[in-house]
Design a protein around this ligand. Structure first.
Ligand SMILES: [Zn+2]
Length: 81
């Protein structure tokens, strides 16, 4: 039996840049100082391709405020009008 939370986590791990719906904006969240910075998803697609999984990219995130490169994560939010 699979608990819903496991399925959700697995889906996220397998998620690619191309899977992200167009009305979602991508952010990076700093583990250390909690800074949230906007990430241009189309630049990521251009650079890594739409088939690139998001999870491995988290390791490349780096905080513009404190310079932390560890344990950072992506966050998504619906586009604001
Ligand atoms: Zn930071």
């Amino acid at each position: 039996m699979v608990r819903p939370v496991d399925t959700e986590a697995k889906r996220y791990i397998r998620m690619t840049l191309g899977d992200l719906q167009e009305w979602f904006v991508l952010y990076g969240n700093c583990f250390k100082c909690d800074h949230v910075g906007y990430i241009d998803r189309y630049r990521l697609v251009h650079r890594f391709g739409a088939k690139q999984r998001m999870k491995p990219l988290e390791a490349k995130l780096f905080c513009k405020r404190c310079g932390n490169r560890h344990f950072n994560g992506f966050a998504v939010a619906p586009m604001q009008r």
